[in-house]
Design a protein around this ligand. Structure first.
Ligand SMILES: O=c1ccn([C@H]2C[C@H](O)[C@@H](COP(=O)(O)OP(=O)(O)OP(=O)(O)O)O2)c(=O)[nH]1
Length: 147
């Protein structure tokens, strides 16, 4: 079990901190900390504040992912999906939403707009070399095995 700290930011005391909606949900739902309702016109993108900052152990990252209901019903998704929250980031967590739907979509204060999933990140050391070890695949890729 990893311990993650959430800090409410000034002016967002009424905003729900990220929460799981069921016991074994993978994602913590994120709530919009917009001051006023924000209208996303079709094709437009907007960075939405969530009203909290966080600290997690260095072995973790957090991924910001779309909510499937918003994507299915309204075409609302995360433009940079999955967004990456680094373990050393202490700024406000934000969600980059885009409206791929045909209709304007209104984001209300407190509305659940995305979800955050924690992952373990392997930390690696880099070594520069002149030759890489051979494999059967070699440089084959991008469909080289056929359709
Ligand atoms: O959806 C996102 C993606 C990123 N971030 C924050 C946390 C992350 O740690 C930081 C930097 O993100 P990223 O590395 O993706 O951005 P960059 O464009 O490489 O910016 P930087 O130069 O600040 O690292 O921005 C968010 O709040 N939401």
């Amino acid at each position: 079990m990893y311990r993650v700290k959430f800090k409410r930011l000034p002016g967002s005391e009424d905003i729900q901190l990220p929460q799981k909606m069921s016991e074994w949900a993978a994602g913590f739902d994120l709530h919009a900390a917009v001051q006023e309702p924000v209208t996303l016109a079709p094709g437009m993108r907007q960075l939405i504040p969530t009203g909290f900052a966080m600290a997690m152990p260095p072995e973790l990252e957090a991924q910001i992912r779309p909510r499937s209901g918003l994507a299915y019903k309204h075409g609302i998704t995360c433009l940079n999906s999955p967004g990456t929250i680094d373990a050393d980031y202490r700024g406000e967590v934000k969600v980059l939403l885009i409206n791929h739907g045909q209709e304007p979509f209104v984001i209300e204060r407190g509305e659940r707009i995305a979800q955050m999933v924690f992952q373990v990140v392997p930390h690696v050391d880099i070594e520069e070399v002149d030759e890489l070890p051979d494999t059967v695949r070699g440089e084959g890729g991008f469909g080289h095995t056929g359709k």
